[in-house]
Design a binder for this molecule. Structure first.
Ligand code: NI
Ligand code: MN
Length: 247
């Protein structure tokens, strides 16, 4: 399992939002909850460029600025088919509406949509409409490095399959509790995945998200070679797990 991202720059924007610069220089954002994200640093709220947006599900703390950014940069939105269709109805010009198990190549990234154990109702005006199901992504970059963003999820046995089939080099996992896994489930997920580098997410944003990286570390202290990289919002991970401070 690789511990060198090479030229990939993985920037934590707070909550479940990550901006990734690919080895080919493309800019992607997963779950672009930026403007209204209390943890997103000011300088990351207005990205300079976006080539593709990946959405794990339709909840507001993940959908975020997707429609606005897609229009601003003519960026493609990747989402489960029902959510992608809804985005199209809201004026998003380029969508990739896929489903679990499927893969697509965009911006030099081969992304496979994975199962997540969560809901995905879509707030449309004052109604909640069907937004498809919640999902995650395994993303393989040009240099062979693989990042798994689980989306919001409870621990689920599919993580064993994801670990065996794709062998992700880094997993971005929610640990906040209440809406997703807590550290106890996160620790179990790490064992199912067999992953050796983990970036915790979806904690501390709101008072109910009480899980902490410290607790996750405590519950996984027996796993050899495991690195829990608790990126602070604005920090970037690149190269051989080198942390770059927020700019
Ligand atoms: Ni959610
Ligand atoms: Mn969420």
């Amino acid at each position: 399992m690789a511990t060198d991202l090479g030229k990939i720059e993985l920037t934590f924007c707070g909550h479940a939002a990550f901006a990734i610069k690919t080895p080919g220089g493309k800019q992607i954002i997963i779950d672009p909850f930026l403007t209204d994200n209390p943890k997103c640093p000011e300088q990351l709220r207005r990205p300079k460029h976006v080539d593709a947006l990946f959405l794990t599900h339709a909840h507001g703390d993940h959908l975020g600025d997707a429609i606005k950014l897609a229009a601003q940069f003519d960026a493609t939105c990747v989402a489960i088919v029902e959510l992608a269709t809804w985005l199209g109805s809201k004026g998003v010009k380029h969508t990739v509406g896929m489903n679990k198990g499927g893969s697509t190549s965009i911006a030099g990234v081969k992304a496979t949509m994975t199962h997540a154990l969560h809901s995905s109702g879509l707030q449309d005006g004052d109604q909640i409409v069907y937004g498809g199901e919640a999902a995650g992504y395994v993303m393989e970059f040009e240099n062979g490095f693989k990042i798994y963003h689980s989306g919001d999820t409870a621990v689920c046995s599919d993580m064993k399959i994801i670990g065996e089939l794709y062998k992700p080099d880094i997993a971005l996992l929610p640990i906040g509790d209440f809406y997703t896994m807590d550290p106890r489930q996160g620790a179990y997920a790490i064992r199912l995945l067999g992953v050796k580098t983990v970036v915790p997410m979806h904690y501390g944003t709101f008072p109910v998200l009480t899980g902490t990286p410290e607790k996750l570390r405590e519950l996984t202290s027996d796993i050899s070679d495991l690195q829990i990289v608790d990126l602070k919002p604005g920090e970037t991970l690149t190269g051989a797990l080198r942390r770059l401070a927020a700019v």
